[in-house]
Design a protein around this ligand. Structure first.
Ligand code: SAM
Ligand code: SF4
Length: 472
């Protein structure tokens, strides 16, 4: 049965008073912190009381210990892989009026665009040429970009061939749908459905969303229930940090994950941590109502990493290069690079035709994909374009079952190395290729289990001989 807002409790599964009481918890003493971090290092996640205590820590020594624990958890589960994706905005028309967003209906100065089939193909080709394999498709919510248009756009992107390359996974971030429409979306073979609650504070939500369908808080709060009922196994939740009390948002995201786990036996596949950025025509975005300091942001990411160890953490190019480099260490596992938020910008920029008009918000990291890959290599990370799990059907609960005993490393590291090898051969600059190959060869030779190492070496040799799209 489809969950409808009028049949739900007024606040859904977010009990504001209870969460606020947690949000007012005190920081742990040394012995308590020892116990929480020891628990975290067992890799089973944390309880909400423990999360509440950690996000209260202000002592710099204690914070350093939390960051260090996050680093250990990340290393144990994900190794040094960092998965890349690129956002693909296909339309910026919107009937909502989210006060923080450049696309909102009342921003009359924004240059509006809805991409046609040829333009979507051109965007896809440009991203494939850069080396991307995994896209996140987005649009505003409007009658000019109905679901049928979006479904056709997905088919268009999957059908594009650029040499041997094609898009291997499309994740989707669009306005909430009904169960039946989620089933249609699923049928196009998408990966993760992503949607941010923006703020879990119902009163603030009403302030920031004054009109349009998005005004309905409960419809959005239960969107992942409908997505899962519609057959989508991997869902991605998030909050837009800067709108409300960040501690309340973290606890609410945690509660959201728990709700999904209790209801469907599987929590979210990813958590996103966008911070509010300046946006054209948005007073709110240009004067952040509840700013979150860089130090608090690091604590937040580290806490999510140890509290939900098997959930991917996504960081976009909203953040600066320095901030991203720091957060890669403390738990982020998926990143975008070379992003544009104005529809059509990738192909236009490749032809040197475009500026930033039509953008949703300002970006903090302007490096192109090769520059980000190069800096990851310098810090010993493995840039990965892998889509293997999803294409082998290791999704939802299956993915979690596999991830939990740490087995994921056995598939993900080799698969990540294969896509890294493809990138180095097909897309990297000369200097990135040279140093990347040294790192790749070393990591391949260090794979612990001899049979996995041997299989990986065979696959890498095949890729060097021209084979593509190999995965376990
Ligand atoms: N229109 C759909 C929606 O609102 O769910 C699709 C996603 S919208 C294109 C992508 C996300 O951008 C929003 O959910 C919001 O969190 C984020 N966003 C909007 N304005 C922003 C800003 N000024 N800074 C950072 N992120 C912003
Ligand atoms: Fe529209 Fe989404 Fe922007 Fe809100 S956040 S104005 S729904 S594009």
């Amino acid at each position: 049965m489809e969950k409808r807002p009028d049949t739900l409790p007024k606040h859904g599964f977010i009990d504001r008073d209870r969460l606020m009481s947690y949000a007012e918890a005190s920081a742990p003493g040394e012995a308590e912190l020892d116990a929480i971090l020891a628990h975290a290092l067992e890799l089973h996640g944390l309880g909400i009381e423990e999360v509440a205590r950690l996000i209260r820590v202000s002592d710099s020594g204690q914070r350093a210990r939390i960051l260090d624990a996050a680093m250990q958890v990340k290393e144990a589960i994900y190794g040094r892989r960092m998965v890349f994706f690129a956002p693909l905005y296909i339309g910026n028309t919107c009937s909502n009026n989210c006060l923080y967003c450049g696309f909102r209906r009342d921003n009359k100065d924004l240059v509006r665009a809805v991409l046609g089939k040829a333009e979507i193909e051109a965007e896809t080709r440009t991203l494939l040429k850069e080396g991307h394999k995994r896209l996140l498709m987005l649009s505003g919510e409007s009658a000019t970009t109905p679901l049928d248009y979006f479904l056709d756009a997905i088919d268009t992107v999957y059908a594009v061939r650029e040499g041997q390359d094609h898009v291997r996974r499309i994740n989707v971030e669009i306005a909430p749908l009904s169960v039946a429409d989620f089933a249609r979306l699923k049928a196009t073979n998408i990966g993760t459905y992503v949607c941010f609650q923006e703020t879990y504070d119902q009163e603030l939500y009403a302030v920031y969303h004054p009109s349009g369908p998005k005004r309905d808080y409960l419809n959005r709060l239960y969107v992942m229930d409908r997505a899962m009922e519609g057959g989508i196994e991997d869902v991605g939740i998030g909050a837009l940090f800067g709108l409300g009390d960040w501690r309340f948002e973290v606890l609410s995201m945690f509660e959201h994950a728990r709700h999904l786990e209790e209801t469907f036996g599987c929590g979210p596949h990813t958590v996103s941590v966008p911070r509010l950025q300046p946006a054209p025509g948005s007073a709110i975005a240009n004067h952040v109502p509840s700013p979150l300091s860089d130090e608090d942001f690091m604590l937040l990411v580290a806490t999510i990493r140890i509290a939900m160890p098997y959930t991917g953490i996504i960081l976009s190019t909203r953040e600066s290069e320095d901030m991203r480099n720091a957060l890669f260490r403390y738990g982020v596992s998926q990143i975008s690079a070379g992003s544009r938020t104005n529809p059509g910008a990738y192909a236009q920029e490749a032809e040197k035709k475009s500026g930033e008009s039509g953008s949703q918000f300002a970006l903090g990291d302007h490096r192109d994909l090769d520059e980000v890959v190069s800096s990851l290599i310098d810090s010993g990370h493995v840039p990965s374009f892998c889509t293997g799990c999803y294409r082998k059907g290791r999704v939802g609960q299956d993915f979690m079952d596999l991830a939990k005993p740490g087995l994921i490393k056995e598939f993900c590291l080799p698969n990540g190395l294969f896509t890294f090898q493809e990138y180095l051969l097909d897309h990297a600059s000369t200097s990135t290729r040279a140093k990347g190959q040294v790192l790749l060869d070393r990591l391949a030779s260090e794979i612990e289990r001899p049979e996995v190492r041997e299989r990986a070496q065979t696959a890498l040799a095949e890729i060097k001989a021209g084979g593509r799209d190999i995965y376990f």
